[in-house]
Design a protein. Sequence first.
Lengths: 1033, 486
Amino acid sequence: MKKMKNGLFHLSSTQQWFSKPLKLVVILIALGLFSATNSVSAQNEDQKTLQITGTVVDNANSPLPGVNVLVKGIAKGSITDFDGKYEISNVKTGAVLVFSSVGMETKEVAVGTETVIDVTLNSDTQSLDEVIVIGYGSQSRNEVTGAISSVKGEKIASLPVATADQALQGRAAGVSVINAGSPGSGSVIRIRGLGTMGNNNPLYVVDGIITNGIGDLNPNDIKSINVLKDASTTAVYGSRGSNGVIMVTTKSGSKSEKVNITFNAYTGAQTITERYDLLNTDQYLDYALSAFDIVPTTPSSTSGVNTDWQDEVFQTGLMKNYDLALSGGGENSDFRFSAGYMNQEGAVIGTEYERYTFRMNSNFTLGKVKFGETLNISFNETDAENIGGGRSFLEHAIKSAPYLTVYNDANLGGFQGPNTAGDFQDAENPVRIQLLGSGVTDRVNVAGSIFGEWEIIEDLKFKSQVGLDYRSSKFNAFSPAYDDDSEGATHARDFAIITKNTVTAQAVILTNSLNYEKTFDDVHNFELLLLSEESKRKTSILDASSQNDISDEIEQLSDNGASVESKSFETNRIGYLARLNYNFDEKYIFSASYRRDATSRFGANNRWGNFPSVAAGWNISKENFMKDSNFSNLKLRGSWGIVGNDQIGDYQYTTVLNSNFVYPIDGSYLFGTTANGLGNSELKWEETTMKNIGLDFGLFDEKITGSLEYFNNRSDDLLMNRTLPLSSGFFGSTVAENVGSVKTNGFEATLAYNDDKGDFTWGASFNIGTSKNEVISLGTTEELTGGLFEGNDISRISVGESLFYFYGLEMDGIYQTQAEVDAVLSADIDGVDDGITTLQTTVQPGDVKFIDHNGDGEINADDRVQIGNPHPDLTYGFTADFAYKDFDLSLFINGVSGNDIYNTNKYDLEGMTRLFNAGTSVLNRWTGEGTSNTIPRSGGAPQNTAISSRFVEDGSFTRLKNITIGYTLTDKLKSDTISKLRLYVSAQNLITLTNYSGLDPEIGNFNKTFDFGIDRGYYPQPKSFIVGVQLSF
Amino acid sequence: MKKYKLIIALTCIILANFSCNEDALDLSDPNKLSPETFFKTVPQVQSAVNAAYVDLESIQLFTRNMFFMMDNLAQENLGNEALDPNFAQFIDYSFDSSSGQVKGYWDSCFRGINKANFVIGNEDAINEIADAVLSPENKAKFVGEAKFMRAYYYFMLVTRFGDIPLFPGIIEDGDGRPRSPKEEIYELIISDLQSASTSLLTKASEQVGRATKGAAISLLGKVYLYQQNYSAALAEFNKVSGLGYSLDPVFENNFLEATEHGVESIFEIEFNDEERSRHSWRSDASGTAFASFRGKEYGWKDWFNVYPSDDLLDEFEAGDPRYAITFYTTGDSYIGGTVEIPQERRAGWRKYQNYTVHSGEDTSSGINFNAIRYADVLLMMAECANEVSSQSEAAGYVNEVRARAGVPAISTGLTKSEMFDAIIHERKVELAGEQIRFADIIRWGNASTELSGSNFVSGKHELFPIPDAEMSSNENINSADQNPGY
């Protein structure tokens, strides 16, 4: 304890900013210790009391350790030991003992004259008393008025995933998770669709501390994930809650629990089985000649080589995962330590992920004071796929000529690239890009918290919590010199490049709160929370690179062609929160909160924002008239509130200068400085007004449960980068303004069935969500475009439409005859009234027929229309679990429906713009009237490959995400040390039903906002097969 | 009771303990300079002034697009097969308001104006620097450089677009400005140049490459000439010769890297190929790009995108030595041997090529572009004299240029009209390939004869169209405001 204090004081001296509150915390903790001893001695003066002992067992007659035994109405109690025994002294006759334990029904027993009271607790099949973690507190499921989806730790552990965010996929209605195939890469999570054209990432809160993501957690350390979806749950996070909140609670030990050791291990393999159909060497040479009149004349084109470049870049990757956890507790403390290791080779060559995690959670009770801490340390190393020439490995694999060999020892670097000007040189050897040199990111994350809670007087608690989050990321890349063809013109670089980029970020967050919770007249339940929070985040970046002209042996920076840049960022926030929860006998529930936040991201005029919310609920099933119904639960609830989004980057409101201009004067390169752009000191929060109505129901003792939700959100003052008039002449050609509005609404439904009686038990759960967004306003801007591909933008935002819809020409088959061409392209396109009719003569039979939407007799940019919507109509998930005696089986299916994908790979496969390898579909191209109505002639009009519906496909899919079969042989072991042993086999992504022609229909916007639903040849998700063991001692 | 006091105290802590920390919310960007704290030192002022020049080096102006656009429009160039359609449209006059090159010209000039305004608008801050640190003369000189550059960019704009948005100072808001009448633009240009001509240093006392007194006076004269204010123009031009400028005895010295900034040079666009490959395809003039694409693009031995037209070649008098310095023809010699013009063309460009020192061009030519040279001034003086003084005075200026070139003096006793024709001829030959002729033809109003045979449409092509990108971003300029014919 002393050490801890020193640590805090040390912090206060270096971090002046926190000094006052921290000192107070320490003083208060000291005060708390003092008063706790006082009150214990006072209780000894009670008279005429009994000493009660007893044993608590479950309905299988096994002793239950860790059961809380409390004397009702006074703060006095005990906990059962390992054998389920308890002892409690000084109990007055007539008092009531309350026995409670997690997962068990609570039981009350009146104290008569007997001094031994044995109790049997039934397991709690009803989830109504389940404690739900919410922002800055917890509630019983009964009292919840907001929209919260919960995923329990067992569900997460049952699906072996590399990172915790992947485990959320398909589990919660209204939560869309898009995974990437690359090992160690994060998922794109969207809660209730999109509400802004800016940053739509949810807020992550781990054990009460706002953090930057959950990729560094070991999924096996997670006890539960609660997703907060509406204003009544997210408004407590004020300025940061508008994209929803993901609350993660990590596992801890239990008080009076004997030391419990669990060990999990699995090993498996992952692979990608999907392929595009590409031309082989013979087909390629025929295609080159017939479509482009090119004969690649180098010797290798006739050497009989037939390289399948897709097979060269995909591999079977091995993966393994081990984790060990140790938990337990004494009378006044509990702890849990865990360590995990995971190693995953990617299904693409040269990709790998390795992670070490350590976690330590513990809690202590000292009289009226509680302390607790959490600490997570994670090291991970990611070797991601490389980009060559701005093109994905998949694009290179598609375009590389099949007659080329992969390797050639005669070439510097040892690889072979295109070696004749006949094959256009875009395609680089994808194996060389992946394997030559290295590019590894090492990340370290240390995140922890410490809190102290003191019950000042009965029902009134003061809590102070400090959270720390440190992250560093080091990218080290080394790319040696290479020459993919020593004889001809090809890809070569005669020097090595060394890159070392470092990012470090540290965040400190301090929360102080007072919580008053009291029940009056047995029915009026009040809870009042007052809270203040401040956080400070610093990030620094150092990027350095150099080259080496003389050697590939040294992977270190030098003066040779060096370039360095450093940057730093700081974000500070403060906030206050007041929240009142009231319910009348858990029947009528009311909740209101008000948060006031300030951030350094905005100028002084708009720094503060107010975020109120109110919610109400009616537990209809608690009404007398429902007593005889089959409804074990029926609750109607509704909420309204305003939440904010400050995810706009630091310092955007300031006007800054740019010194990156150079002009040679008098033989020297002189730097020039000017205003970078127009700042906007009036920048303010994006605000989302959220409305939610929900209905929860449970039938037949919660055998059937479900809920329905409707939400209607409207985001205003959205930050948009308005394009400044070209003539204003600023280098930064846009200004950030709060002008946009977007509305989002949707339904969510969850239905579950649970039968846990008898030898055969089973349960199933189905969830479904819809979300539709529409742009209401863009201010004076007519449209925003993005998603650049081959010089043109694919995606667009305009009023009245969904965000980021695809915009382009609409294909209507192929022109078969000149008459068909003339029927469409009849306009005199030069617009000069000179009596000469100038037609769009580049378009001929065999070219793509586009619809002339404005009917002006020519096809141009004015004929573009909406050609696709990247947002699904529905997202859904289905899980089913079956158990028969020692066998268990679980299935997990997820999917989306109604979304479109813009498949840029199709441009490479069927575009026929220049000679590269292509898909076999080019063999069926148009070669004369009636030959094809889908693939145009080769080398046709440039318009054929314009952004158009030709490349848009339905992205709906249903995927068997996971199937697991397990066998538990604990009983057969008859071991005293092993309490559980389960073996299982599991397969992931085994079956995907989709009409999408690409390798994986699960497409996120991994790089840019406007890239929603654009497939740029991303790393597909592999199928994986796993064998695992779970062991408890 | 103690405890209740404590509770009250704790509540107060929670509600008030951060109030003193609101200062922590006032952050400034540690990565970027702030305008509030700038213009405190001489290097800062100088840096802001330097920035005003950089847009000249934009790929959208002299690094690449300008020579194609202007030489093509004047039909001095015709295009070979390889010529990018984006440039070919300036030969056949098919460009419209969607042209990226028209947009680039507009964009780069306004970017330059913005950077110049950053200096001019902060004149008060500059003047607050102690005189001992920065002398009043140098303060005025720095502002003068910015005013010269603003005038230079505005003159490029007003001659090609007519009425344009006027930005007399720093822009504080993002509102679009309507087109201001070109008379107002000229007022600003003239007042800037008048001010610059008094505050700028002479060529002898200024760093090589910066705007000088001579440049400001020459440009002011040219502006008057464009307004047909011949006497005012002549008065300015007369001051230029007094500043020590003269014709370089060797004509070709004006177009070679080794002889940049000679006696004839008044204002040059600076290029430098010391660091090879420091060319840039970037359009925004940021970063480090100091070399021109011209050698590679025009070179007969390189990309050979364009070749000199017969109309231009035939303009040269027989025996004019400038022909062999302006063009290469098959059989000429260059450093790599004997010239062989490909594609059966009569000639390829020699002016501004590096073939006298390199056997091939790369995409980073270091030859400065001689934007204002004394021969141009002399010929403009001739034009003025022909209008307001005498034909014989005009003939004197023309003959000065001809004598340096090594061609005989023009006949004596020409009428005003004949003298004008002689000046037209002389400018076409002397200044061939220097992006001057198209502007000359337009101001003379004789495009339909000079450009006969081309697709030039009178009443339309005198001006460029306002680019689409301006109309879509500026609520005060729309298609109804477009220049005639577009």
